[in-house]
Design a protein around this ligand. Structure first.
Ligand code: DGL
Length: 273
């Protein structure tokens, strides 16, 4: 099927998932929607995020999307239920912090979870955390990283301000003995090198970092197969991008972070949002 897959995030964070989708499903046509004009989502009320997610989903479906990837932990936690209720037959993939893979590898049994305030406060996260804690003997140390997604949006992946935020958020987790860090926001894989340099300075032992981008791409592939939606020919897929923010900023982010040059269109907020 030639119809595209719609992928969205509050901004450029979803590119950390998109890169795995491009690698795993290179034949698929893709649409990427960055809601950068309204980022960050992390401090916004749940109903605002639900309304925006439904509006963006409707827009992507109007463009012909055959499946949807909510490449944002905050939007998934707030709105995946509403999306599935509105589109019961649509193939929808969400993302969530990788607590289970972290629990499977942590030796110290202490795991730091970096995410937005909204994700950590969500019912969905509470259930995931409770379930995983009950099934294992791990302790999760949750850390809301206010301002970090903004730094990534600004392209400040290693600036002194970004390093200061990371030091504030990550160092206490390492000092408490966390040997595994979960990147529970799709913006954070882009500051992974900065986190790794901090770990080297602060932690006496190795620290694993969990990013679920590759697992999400594999799950998307399985879902497309189940729905009979996988593109069958061997051509290379196309990529188009939309943003409610600056066209130039998104184009630059694609170029710098993924070495891709898709056509980028700046658009108004989707109708009804
Ligand atoms: N990229 C988003 C996430 O995965 C959220 C960043 C934000 O807009 O606050 O949670």
């Amino acid at each position: 099927m030639l119809a595209p897959i719609g992928v969205f995030d509050s901004g450029i964070g979803g590119l950390s998932v998109l890169r795995h989708i491009c690698a795993h499903l290179p034949e698929e046509n893709l649409l990427y929607f960055a809601d950068s004009g309204f980022a960050p989502y992390g401090g916004k009320p749940e109903e605002v995020i639900v309304a925006r997610s439904l509006g963006i989903a409707a827009f992507l479906l109007e463009q012909g999307a055959k499946a949807l990837v909510v490449a944002c932990n905050t939007a998934t936690a707030a709105s995946i239920k509403a999306l599935r209720e509105r589109y019961p037959t649509l193939a929808v993939v969400g993302v969530e912090p990788g607590l289970k893979p972290a629990a499977a590898i942590s030796k110290s049994r202490k795991i730091g979870v970096l995410a937005t305030e909204r994700t950590l406060a969500s019912e969905k996260f509470r259930q995931l955390r409770e379930y995983t804690s009950a099934a294992t003997d791990v302790q999760f140390l949750s850390q809301a990283c206010k301002g970090l997604a903004d730094q990534v949006e600004k392209g400040e992946l290693h600036s002194p301000a970004t390093m200061a935020l990371l030091n504030q958020y990550v160092t206490p987790l390492l000092q408490q003995g966390a040997d595994t860090l979960v990147l529970g926001c799709t913006h954070y894989p882009f500051v992974r090198p900065a986190i790794e340099s901090l770990i080297k300075q602060v932690s006496p032992g190795p620290v694993e970092i969990i990013d679920t981008g590759a697992a999400v791409a594999r799950q998307l592939g399985r879902l497309l197969n189940q729905h009979g939606l996988r593109r069958q020919d061997a051509a290379t897929g196309t990529l188009h991008a939309y943003t409610t923010g600056s066209q130039t900023t998104l184009a630059q982010a694609f170029e710098t972070l993924l070495h891709l040059r898709p056509e980028v269109l700046a658009i108004q907020s989707p109708e009804g949002v």
